[in-house]
Design a protein around this ligand. Structure first.
Ligand code: NAD
Length: 266
């Protein structure tokens, strides 16, 4: 890769894991473009200012990852404004917790639209830009422990994160010849607005978090910086020999059976 300041782009950057990844990559020396849905404009503006405060270049772009024209112009704008695209973190995702019996076709399609189609479009246009640049690159997606092992009450979400895993492996196989690595992070429960949003399935937030903590050998829910550190590594020169991997980032990966003894609200 070039010795010039490298450029990273993070989707779903307005909050949670994406925000932490953006700040970590800026700390690592990247110029960082951040993107999210139009409703998140003010969070993106202040995140950009925070990144610039670390002495990096930054820009924000409103884009819906389910829209092909949005993703295409997102990549073009970032490469145009910041001069390159070296790392694409396809972080945007949605989750809805519910029983399998209650999952509607609309729920299934909404989750697959963002987590499946959104990842596909992100990987595709990132790869096209990186191939055209001719200096390799890193594509990093958001899978989940639920993408390595089916999770109860997350049937559509689990299936969509298994899709990210297949996409990551297939893209890695085709893109290695261009010096592009493709990997995904596979977190367990991380304290973000997404996790809080699904906590009502098991009563209060505290009850749900305590339940999730018990399912890890470290007895705590993860912090966004736990994932940002992993992504920092995957984007670094040290990971140049790592591709096609979904890296677990959760101590609950050690358990073969998730404890699902809570009473589910329906
Ligand atoms: P979050 O809900 O806190 O943030 C997700 C961001 O994605 C939001 O800012 C949202 O606006 C954005 N987004 C949603 N739909 C979008 C779209 N169509 N286009 C562009 N942006 C869109 O979630 P998080 O917990 O920070 O999760 C980040 C990623 O990590 C997701 O892919 C999620 O599935 C995955 N993940 C999270 C956890 C966890 O426990 N938090 C665990 C495993 C995997």
């Amino acid at each position: 890769m070039s010795t010039l300041t490298r450029v990273a782009l993070v989707t779903g950057a307005a909050q949670g894991i994406g925000r932490a990844i953006s700040l970590r990559l800026a700390k690592d020396g990247f110029n960082v473009a951040v993107s999210d849905l139009p409703r998140s404009r003010s969070q993106l503006e202040s995140l950009t200012q925070e990144i610039k405060g670390k002495g990096r270049q930054s820009t924000w772009v409103l884009a819906d990852v389910t829209s092909e024209p949005d993703v295409k112009s997102l990549v073009e704008k970032v490469a145009g404004d910041l001069g390159s695209l070296d790392v694409f973190v396809a972080n945007a995702g949605v989750c809805k917790a519910q029983s399998f019996l209650d999952t509607s076709v609309d729920d299934w399609e909404n989750i697959f639209k963002v987590n499946g189609r959104g990842a596909f479009l992100s990987y595709k246009y990132a790869a096209q830009q990186m191939v055209a640049q001719g200096k390799g690159g890193r594509i990093i997606g958001a899978s989940s422990v639920a993408g390595k092992r089916g999770e109860p009450f997350l049937a559509a979400y689990s299936a969509s994160k298994f899709a990210v895993r297949g996409l990551t492996q297939a893209a890695a196989l085709e893109l290695g010849q261009y010096g592009i690595t493709v990997n995904a992070y596979a977190p367990g429960a991380i304290d973000t607005p997404m996790l809080e949003g699904i906590s009502s399935i098991a009563g209060t937030k505290d009850e749900f978090y305590a339940h999730e903590a018990k399912n890890t050998v470290l007895n705590r829910v993860g912090h966004v910086d736990d994932i940002a550190g992993l992504v920092s590594y995957l984007a670094s020169p040290d990971a140049s020999w790592v591709t096609g991997k979904e890296v677990p980032c959760s101590p609950d990966d050690l358990f073969t059976n998730t404890n699902t003894t809570f009473q589910v609200n329906r």
